[in-house]
Design a protein around this ligand. Sequence first.
Ligand code: PLP
Length: 402
Amino acid sequence: MDQLLESQEKERESVGRRSLSARVRQIPPSGIRKFFDLISSMEDVVSLGVGEPDFVTPWHIREAAIYSLEKGYTMYTSNYGLLELREAVANDLRRRFQVEYDPTCEILITVGVSEGLDLALRAIVDPGDEVIIPDPGYVSYQPCTILAGGAVVPVPTRLEDGFKVRASEIEARVSSRTKAILIGYPNNPTGAILSHSELQAILDVAQRHGLLVISDEIYERLVYDGKHTCFASLPGARDRTILLGGFSKSYAMTGWRIGWAAAPAEIIEGMMKIHQYSALCPPIMGQKAALEALRNGEQQSLAMTREYDRRRRVIVKGLNEIGLPTFEPKGAFYAFPSIATTGLSDDEFAERLLREERVAVVPGTAFGEGGRGHVRCSYATSLNNIQEALRRMRRFVERVRA
Ligand code: PLP
């Protein structure tokens, strides 16, 4: 009987393996998921792991969704998303960055920036096309490129440069197969931002070589030092840019799954061809809530940003005092200390810190090879948690060094 069960199990496994496409098999298991599986089996963990606001969505935004349900808004919207919401996104981009998009055909409401990113890559990448991506970068960039049939060309960024990608290093990697440059600033996991002139230098490279730029600006409202430059607002950039933005981080709306893409009409039309057959549209209640966020959410968003800024100062100071050199993040809500002096790899550091001191951080290599020797600590958690995590990390580092 046991043998029968065993052979059935083997057969199932082998069918499963054979069924997966080569593209899917190419994707390594997520470095982050492994840790979250571990954390969920433990008690008393102080988590600096998740990249998610600890705030609840502001009440007036939740109320807008509740009201929409009371009014019976439970149906599909246009595949582009609610026109009112597209108009609000276009107005916001015009008001803050002086960049113009036609809400009827140049803006698409997506299921978070996650879907926007996937659509953008699938709409433009042919098999073997190369996408140049700063490394480390957000965990989805590389897998989504591969799943779209593309090849990832990473550009390492370094602590000494404040983790800014150099346009010259992008240009050195351009080939006849390069299709696009994919940037995400403010950056997850490093907190780096790029100045107007640094973005201009990337645009110059894109123009010289006829490339598209996908610019993931999900953290654009979370900038502590300096001012955010919207890539599409640079003169001549709009027509070669797919701009991605969303609500998850700045309005504490991760669970609502609403984002948007803005791009020239032909590109949005291409993205729409995928979106209409896969997602159709994001939930209408979420879209109603996002509309309220854009119309009346600025003050709460600013208040949350001020609170992250307070936490940022505490965590950066604390990590440096422990002897883990930490670049001062300029945006987003992550600190990215170097753990090289402990002699542990980033994987070992994160795993031992979790097991021995019950503090969750994410190994830097989860964000690409360029993250080696670092860990990501999210400060989208309470000051108390941050202080407790720092106490435990100090104890851990002292023990490892002893
Ligand atoms: N882009 C970056 C850089 C992120 O950090 C995240 C989430 O962590 C996303 C996109 C996904 O955002 P959304 O919740 O809008 O899908």
